[in-house]
Design a protein around this ligand. Structure first.
Ligand SMILES: Cc1cc2nc3c(=O)[nH]c(=O)nc-3n(C[C@H](O)[C@H](O)[C@H](O)COP(=O)(O)OP(=O)(O)OC[C@H]3O[C@@H](n4cnc5c(N)ncnc54)[C@H](O)[C@@H]3O)c2cc1C
Ligand code: SF4
Length: 509
């Protein structure tokens, strides 16, 4: 079946959803194609295993010295993308995050200023209902307080605060895209306050968490956007320097959606994979290059007192005192971790190789463990990239292979952070401590920039090579930032939408 739309958006995560809403609100005919299904809050089970459908479980191949774990660790699939299961930590990037090259002579600068993001942060936070502290110790002073006060600290956060106090490190309740007070959401209705059940990473069954299905996508549909779930994009139609349509499979049938403008928001693995498969926007040879993942080492402590790590908003407490560390390029932030039991058991097994009876014995102490992790900057390197492999998936398409090896800066950052977190847990009274080195998030692969030789899209997300192809997702980040990415992806999404509207109004789209 063939259909036509003014704008087709592929993917409905943090990159696709805000743009979809902005265009729909402006009266633009817009259609989203989303490979995953709808997972409304009332259908979400308080069951980690049953919730596997929120993740992109098609195989992705990993190579390099620090091969990345995908699936449940690094992916999302559904109407709302990864935000269906994200932890909802929403710190802002800091201005100097955008200027690594100017500050250190390494990495790259972003082709935009902090002020370009700040106006969108100011808009997005109250819309999502971010709960956070009225004064935040790091970064530029906020121009307005958070709409809602912070959520209560969970067990790990209270212990982390104790350890950090003893070491003289400042902490603050974190900003979370989850409601500490009820909020009415246009297009959705009443969202209740968070009940602290702690299952954010398995999906929120109440709508308290600001996943995009209950926020920007509800707004988009309220204003007339069409969202076709279960629609897997398999190809593109092209005419010269324009994309003219998108081919997709829905319920086993092939369809064509003709479009004047196409926005790719499929995330930093599927977006470059599609561009490479269909030879789009790659005259620079930069598609798939500069793959980045945050350094994310976790340190866990065993405590005599009950922690009950599955209770409360998982990301409660933050410290950005390590935003700059002498001798490192960039820096990291520290975050307390709440964790569900199956996730914890899986990570413990991966981190320590413990298994069988010994794992059972360890899990008997689950109620007494607390974790801290870091979110550390990662430089772009030539040796980290995504390519198409010669293995094919169930759709007959080449599987993506991601090469990833931490550089010297990330290794030293990880070591610095592990040492510090061990000291925090010692100061908090832990009786046993262990570390789990890991990387988090998929970033880069279709970098934004002003130079078409070294970047894939311009600073607003428009492909240098194709007039009517735009990218709005985690793949356009020139550097990783020392902050969780979702809020910044959303800010860029609205910025791209505003630029697109500007072009449309001038008849240039
Ligand atoms: C467990 C976990 C916890 C996290 N916690 C946080 C957090 O606390 N704070 C934070 O800021 N970030 C967090 N993140 C990261 C954050 O969720 C992601 O960085 C962000 O949501 C990515 O947005 P995106 O739009 O780039 O991609 P995605 O959210 O991955 O969206 C891409 C969408 O495109 C669809 N798609 C892909 N290919 C196709 C195709 N061929 N056809 C049709 N549709 C397609 C996918 O199904 C998906 O829904 C977390 C991630 C994980 C895995
Ligand atoms: S902790 Fe709050 S936001 Fe997270 S799943 Fe539970 S109710 Fe939803």
């Amino acid at each position: 079946m063939n259909a036509r739309t003014r704008v087709a958006v592929i993917g409905t995560g943090a990159g696709g959803a805000p743009l979809l809403a902005r265009l729909a609100q402006a009266g633009v005919q817009v259609t989203a194609l989303e490979a995953g299904l709808r997972h409304p809050p009332h259908g979400v089970a308080t069951d980690e295993v049953a919730q596997a459908g929120l993740f992109w479980m098609d195989e992705r191949l990993s190579a390099g010295n620090d091969p990345l774990a995908f699936g449940r660790n690094n992916s999302g699939r559904g109407v709302g993308g990864s935000t269906l299961h994200y932890t909802a930590y929403t710190p802002r990037a800091q201005p100097d995050d955008l200027r690594l090259h100017s500050e250190f002579g390494q990495g790259v600068d972003w082709p935009l200023e902090y002020a370009d993001l700040e106006r969108y942060y100011d808009e997005i936070e109250p819309f999502l209902g971010v709960s956070g502290p009225s004064t935040y110790p790091w970064g530029p002073p906020r121009r307005q307080p958070y709409r809602h006060p912070p959520l209560p600290l969970n067990g790990a956060a209270e212990l982390m605060a104790r350890g950090c106090d003893a070491l003289g490190l400042r902490t603050s309740p974190a900003a979370n895209a989850a409601l500490s007070r009820p909020q009415t959401q246009e297009g959705y209705g009443e969202r209740p306050a968070c009940s602290n059940r702690g299952f954010c990473q398995a999906g929120c069954s109440t709508g308290a968490k600001a996943s995009l299905d209950v926020t920007y996508l509800a707004l988009a549909e309220h204003h007339g956007a069409r969202i076709l779930d279960g629609s897997y994009v398999t190809g593109f139609r092209r005419d010269g320097d324009r994309v003219t349509g998108v081919e997709y499979l829905r319920y086993g049938e092939q369809h064509l959606l003709e479009a004047d403008i196409v926005v790719l928001s499929a995330g930093a693995v599927e977006t470059p994979r599609m561009l490479l498969m269909h030879d789009l926007a790659n005259s620079s040879g930069q598609v798939g290059r500069n793959f980045m993942a945050h350094t994310g080492v976790q340190v866990w402590g065993q405590f005599p007192e009950s922690v009950r790590p599955n209770r409360g908003i998982p990301g409660s407490l933050i410290s950005e005192d390590t935003h700059r560390v002498p001798g490192l390029v960039g820096g990291y932030l520290l975050q307390s971790i709440g964790v569900m039991p199956v996730t914890y058991a899986t990570q413990y097994t991966r981190g320590t190789g413990t298994w069988g009876a010994a794992l059972h014995e360890h899990m008997a102490g689950y109620n007494h463990v607390a974790g801290i992790n870091i979110l550390g900057d990662c430089l772009p390197y030539d040796h980290n990239y995504l390519e198409l492999s010669d293995e094919h998936d169930a759709w007959g398409l080449p599987k993506p292979r991601v090469h990833f090896t931490f550089g010297d800066n990330e290794r030293r950052m990880t070591q610095h952070a592990e040492d510090l977190m061990r000291r925090i847990w010692e100061a908090a009274g832990a009786t046993g401590i262990w570390a789990f080195p890991r990387a988090a998030h998929t970033i880069g692969t279709a970098r934004m920039g002003t130079d078409p030789q070294s970047s894939v899209v311009d600073p607003y997300g428009r492909a240098h090579d194709l007039q009517n192809l735009w990218i709005s997702d985690n793949s356009t980040f020139p550097s990783a930032l020392s902050a969780n990415p979702a809020l910044t992806i959303m800010a860029l999404s609205l910025r791209t939408a505003d630029r697109l509207l500007h072009h449309m109004n001038r008849g240039e789209a």
